[in-house]
Design a protein around this ligand. Structure first.
Ligand SMILES: Nc1ncnc2c1ncn2[C@@H]1O[C@H](COP(=O)(O)OP(=O)(O)OP(=O)(O)O)[C@@H](O)[C@H]1O
Length: 594
């Protein structure tokens, strides 16, 4: 997970090399201060003012050089960690948004709280990986430099220190072994708690109408309870560990002094050497005791890595187009547009992985073609449509009807390529030429202009956007949100989902359809909140888009007159197709009910 940033980007390589150089310089500064400090105390103990003043000067010189090195070392580290986080988050988002992965991850339900993994786990991964790496590098450098100092003072002390650090590491790992699992649960429980609060925010009106505050409060409260319970376990495990680590750290203050004190009492070494040996001992011991000193952060780090790895594995599993390779490797489908193959005029969606059962025939006279399509629910518990064969010619609009739960929206999910459970072949124009209006209107974050142009944000003049709003009976919206100035209103940013009425949101969806001008529009109960006149206006506006064919799902009888083909789903797999021309030729009425 860590390597790609440094192998794929020049910026990463340069920043990393700078950090390593500053790390070496900073270690040099520590060693220099150790010698200056030694001579300073020696001058003090020998009551030599001349040498003392000279050491003060040397100390000032060391300070002048050392302070910038130390400051830039820390700054560069933070900067690298920030740039790395930015790169890695962008890469994870690329993977998450490519080939419908975010939809598959959400539906799959294998990993919880993907938002937390992208926002928090990536952040702690980049920050702590760097800290850990630098700690390892500085520990090795420190170890080499201060070992030489300590060995020159007292060789046996040098061996004792290794035994002490080994004892500390083994004991800490044993006493703190529960912390890894507890920290893993902590991340999940915190994210679950936050998600419950986000849901209340997003559904505030629904909850207020139901007066569901009590139930919501109980749910949020019980999630908080789980956070508190787990945190309690974490702090108890930390307490047990700290009995050991605190004693371990206090002992360091006296151990080296006690070891060299006999030499000092015998007059073999001056006081400065005692302080230097203490400092060298502390350096070496903290180098050897990385696990003891950082155990809590290490266990949090390993929990974060575990969750991130689990998430990236799931992303890779959901991404049918990803090549084998590194966990952060982009698939060819998400490569820059210039490298992608040119787009075919028709897309073939195969619902089956068994090629022998797939038909490859496409008819030029149809804009949407179903060949032997069987649709099952993703859990394979129900078959919603069995062996559907249907060809929809261009401009011959299709209405899909049927009882609630019969599988109408599911068939649209198959057309969109969101569901692949079943078998058969669906041929339809490629993604850029298809436009889907989902059953629940969606308003992205952004300005009114972005609501209209979503998702492509094509270049459109203010006049064109206002014209589209007029076509969907929303001419007054722009001036309303712009305090009388329609042009200013196009740049207004509101919480659209909670501000606009459901009918207004549905009309805004139609505006989006008109702005994107697809060849095939798929409308899932897109006028359910509109009155019959508005519904007519919407269909008339869509009908004026040159070359457009639409497929609608709906229950309302008034819909039938805008369509030429009717597909009725009977439930449990059955279906029936009727064509307006045939019904009328036989003297029948073209109406909703058979
Ligand atoms: N992810 C899923 N896993 C299992 N079953 C599902 C899933 N999504 C939908 N279903 C089931 O599939 C059936 C068809 O759902 P679908 O949304 O297609 O119905 P519909 O005909 O559009 O209904 P409505 O008119 O009420 O919108 C329903 O019984 C639904 O519960």
């Amino acid at each position: 997970m860590a390597l790609p940033y440094f192998t794929e980007t020049r910026q990463g390589k340069v920043a990393f090399a700078t950090v390593i150089a500053l790390t070496l310089l900073n270690s040099g500064v520590s060693v220099a201060f150790s010698y200056v400090g030694r001579d300073f105390y020696s001058a003090l103990s020998s009551k030599d003012p001349e040498q003392f003043n000279e050491m003060l000067l040397k100390f000032s010189a060391a300070l002048t050089l050392g302070v910038p090195v130390s400051v830039f070392y820390r700054f560069q580290r933070e900067k690298l960690s920030l740039e790395w986080r930015e790169w890695m988050t962008a890469r994870v988002l690329d993977l998450y948004f490519s080939n419908g992965v975010y939809y598959g991850v959400e539906r799959g339900g294998v990993v919880d709280n993907p938002d937390q993994r992208i926002a928090e786990d990536v952040k702690s991964f980049t920050a702590f990986s760097l800290t850990l790496f630098i700690t390892a590098v500085t520990s090795v450098i420190d170890l080499a430099s201060f070992s030489a100092i300590l060995y020159s003072i007292k060789p046996s002390l040098f061996l004792d220190i290794f035994a002490y650090a080994l004892f500390g590491t083994v004991s800490t790992s044993y006493i703190g072994r529960r912390l890894g699992g507890l920290n893993f649960s902590q991340l999940k429980k915190e994210a679950d708690f936050r998600y419950a609060l986000v849901r209340v925010r997003e559904n505030a009106e629904g909850i207020a109408f139901y007066e569901g505050e009590g139930t919501e409060g109980d749910e949020v409260g019980s999630r908080l309870g789980r956070v508190v319970e787990n945190t309690g376990d974490v702090i108890r495990a930390q307490r047990d560990l700290e009995f050991f680590t605190t004693a371990y750290r206090y002992l360091i203050q006296v151990l080296p002094v006690s070891a060299v004190a006999p030499l000092y009492f015998a007059g073999a070494i001056p006081l400065g050497v005692v302080t230097q040996s203490t400092s060298a001992f502390n350096h070496i011991l903290s180098d050897l005791s990385v696990v003891v000193n950082q155990f809590e952060s290490l266990s949090q780090f390993s929990a974060g890595i575990g969750r991130l790895k689990e998430f990236l594995d799931e992303v890779q599993r959901q991404d049918g187009e990803r090549d084998e390779g590194g966990i952060l490797q982009l698939a060819s489908a998400t490569a820059p547009a210039s490298k992608r193959a040119s787009r075919p005029s028709m897309d073939r969606i195969d619902l089956d992985t068994d090629p022998s059962r797939l038909s490859s025939s496409t008819s030029p006279s149809s804009i949407l073609n179903f060949s032997n399509v069987t649709v099952s629910t993703p859990d394979l518990q129900r078959t919603l449509v069995t062996s559907l064969d249907l060809s929809v010619p261009p401009l011959s609009h299709l209405l899909i009807v049927g009882n609630s739960g019969a599988g109408k929206s599911s068939l649209l999910r198959c057309i969109a390529g969101l569901w692949t459970s079943g078998h058969g072949t669906i041929c339809r124009p490629p993604n850029g030429d298809c436009f889907f209006l989902p059953q629940k209107p969606y308003c992205p974050l952004g300005t009114l202009r972005e609501q209209v142009l979503y998702p492509s944000f094509t270049n459109a003049t203010d006049a064109e956007v206002l014209d589209i709003l007029t076509q969907v009976d929303l001419s007054s919206l722009a001036s309303r949100v712009g305090s009388g100035d329609a042009i200013a209103g196009l740049s207004a940013t509101l919480d659209w989902s909670n501000t606009l009425s459901l009918g207004e949101q549905q009309r805004l969806s139609f505006a989006r359809l008109l702005a994107n001008r697809p060849r095939l529009a798929v409308l899932d109960e897109a006028t359910s909140a509109l009155d019959v006149t508005s519904e007519r206006n919407m269909y008339e506006a869509v009908g004026k888009v040159p070359g457009i064919t639409y497929v609608s799902v709906g229950h309302r009888p008034s819909l039938v007159e805008y369509h030429g083909v009717k597909l009725r789903l009977m439930g449990e797999g059955g279906w029936k197709v009727e064509r307006r021309s045939e019904v009328e030729e036989n003297g029948g009425e073209w109406e909703m009910n058979p």
